[in-house]
Design a protein around this ligand. Structure first.
Ligand code: TXA
Ligand code: MG
Length: 352
C-alpha cells in the first residue's frame, strides 16, 4: 500500500513536508501536487531511484523528465550555460507553469535526459511543491504521476488509482488548479520553440522574444501529422473522437455519432461546453447510456482545462465505450486543451 498524507494546499504542515522530503532524499518515489498536475517526484541525481521511477510509471526510458527546483539560483549546477533570457523568463513566469529546455551539465544523469544533451527545468508555483523541494534541498525530477499513456492526474485519487502499491507516498494537497501540464519551451536552438502548449501561451512568450516557433504537431489550424507520428498520450481507455469546427456544424455531427453508437448498444461518454448541455441532454432523455460531462463555458476555457483530465477519468470509470468531445475555443489555454484532446483522439478527429 502506498501511504497518503493529506496536507493543506496553502499551508502544508511542516512535519508532513519534512517526512516526504526525507523519503525523497532517501531515493523514494513521492507524488505531490503542482499547480498544473500531480508530479511523481524522485531525487534527480540518484540513478537507481530514477530507474525505479520509470518502472513504477511503466514509462519508456526514451522519454526525458523535467527537473523541478525551488528557485532559479539552483539551476546553475544543472546547466552548461545559463542563457541571458533565463533570468527574464524567471522574473516573468516563475514560479509557474513554464518548463525550459536548456543545454545540460555533466551533473544531470542520462536517466533524466534520456541521453539528450539538454535538460528540462522548471520552478513550480504550488505551495506544497515549493515547500517539498525546499525541504528536500535537492533537485527533484518529476513526470506527471500517472501510469504511462493515462491522463495526467489532477487529484490525489487519480494518482492512487494508477500507482497504489508502486510508489512510497502521495502528498494529497487537493485538486490542482491549472489542470494541464506546463508549457515546454525549447531554448537550446536558434529560435525558441514551444514543444508543448500550456498556461504560459505563445502570445505571452512573444512579448519576450521577437520570434517564437511552435512545433508543427501542436500548431492549431494546421493539419495533424500522421497519427502514427504522435505519441499516444493523455488517453482515456475508451476511444475518443474529437469534433472540431463551428458549433452549428460540430454539435449536430456529434449528436449523429452519439445516436449511432447508442444504436449499437454502446455507452456514450460526451464532453462538451456548458452551452451544449440542453441540446445534448435531450439526446439522453429516454436512454441511460449517455454519460454527459459539460465541463465549463466556452467563454472560460481555464475552467475547462482544470476539469478536462478528471472528466476523462470519470467517463472511463463509468464504463463509457466511446467518448465524443466537441472542441473548445483555442484562445489562451484553449490551445493546450485542444492539443491534449487531439493527442487523446490519436487521429480520430472530425473536421466539421
Ligand atoms: O506540468 C508539468 O510539466 C508536470 C508537472 C509534474 O511539473 N510534469 C510533466 O512531466 O508533465 P512529463 O514527464 O509528463 O512531461 C515532460 C515533457 C515531455 O513531453 C518530455 O518529452 C518533455 O517534457 N521533455 C523533458 N525533457 C526534455 C528535453 N530535454 N528535450 C525536449 N523535451 C523534453
Ligand atoms: Mg506526462
Amino acid at each position: 500500500m502506498t501511504e497518503v498524507i493529506r496536507v493543506s494546499p496553502d499551508r502544508p504542515d511542516p512535519a508532513a513536508i519534512a517526512r516526504a522530503a526525507e523519503c525523497l532524499r532517501a531515493g523514494g518515489l513521492v507524488a505531490f501536487p503542482t499547480e498544473t498536475v500531480y508530479g511523481l517526484g524522485v531525487h534527480a541525481l540518484d540513478r537507481a531511484a530514477l530507474r525505479r521511477l520509470f518502472v513504477a510509471k511503466q514509462r519508456p526510458a526514451t522519454d526525458p523528465l523535467i527537473v523541478h527546483v525551488a528557485s532559479v539560483d539552483q539551476l546553475a549546477p544543472l546547466l552548461a550555460v545559463v542563457p541571458d533570457t533565463v533570468p527574464t523568463l524567471a522574473r516573468l513566469f516563475w514560479p509557474g507553469p513554464l518548463t525550459l529546455v536548456l543545454p545540460r551539465s555533466a551533473a544531470v544523469p542520462d536517466e533524466v535526459t534520456a541521453g539528450l544533451d539538454t535538460v528540462a527545468v522548471r520552478v513550480p508555483a504550488h505551495p506544497v511543491a515549493r515547500a517539498l523541494i525546499t525541504a528536500a534541498g535537492i533537485p527533484i525530477a518529476a513526470p506527471s504521476a500517472n501510469l504511462f499513456s493515462r491522463p495526467s492526474p489532477t487529484q490525489a485519487s487519480h494518482v492512487f488509482d494508477d500507482l497504489n502499491g508502486r510508489i512510497d507516498l502521495i502528498v494529497d494537497g487537493g485538486a490542482t488548479t491549472i489542470g494541464v501540464e506546463s508549457t515546454v519551451l525549447d531554448l537550446s536552438g536558434d529560435v525558441p520553440t514551444v514543444l508543448r502548449p500550456g498556461a504560459v501561451t505563445v502570445e505571452m512568450l512573444r512579448e519576450v522574444f521577437p520570434r517564437v516557433d511552435v512545433s508543427t504537431a501542436i500548431a492549431i489550424g494546421s493539419p495533424m501529422p500522421s497519427p502514427g507520428l504522435l505519441e499516444k498520450h493523455y488517453s482515456p481507455r475508451a476511444p475518443l473522437t474529437l469534433f472540431e469546427g463551428r458549433r452549428d456544424a460540430a454539435l449536430p455531427s456529434l449528436i449523429v455519432a452519439a445516436r449511432s453508437a447508442l444504436a449499437e448498444g454502446k455507452s456514450v461518454g460526451i464532453i462538451a461546453a456548458d452551452e451544449d448541455r440542453e441540446a445534448l441532454a435531450a439526446l439522453g432523455e429516454p436512454n441511460r447510456r449517455i454519460l454527459l460531462r459539460t465541463i465549463g463555458s466556452q467563454e472560460a476555457v481555464e475552467a475547462v482545462a482544470a476539469r478536462l483530465y478528471a472528466s476523462l477519468r470519470e467517463l472511463d470509470a463509468s464504463g463509457a465505450d466511446v467518448i465524443l468531445v466537441r472542441s473548445f475555443p483555442t484562445d489562451g489555454i484553449g490551445v493546450a486543451v485542444q492539443d491534449r484532446l487531439r493527442r487523446a483522439a490519436a487521429g480520430r478527429i472530425i473536421h466539421c
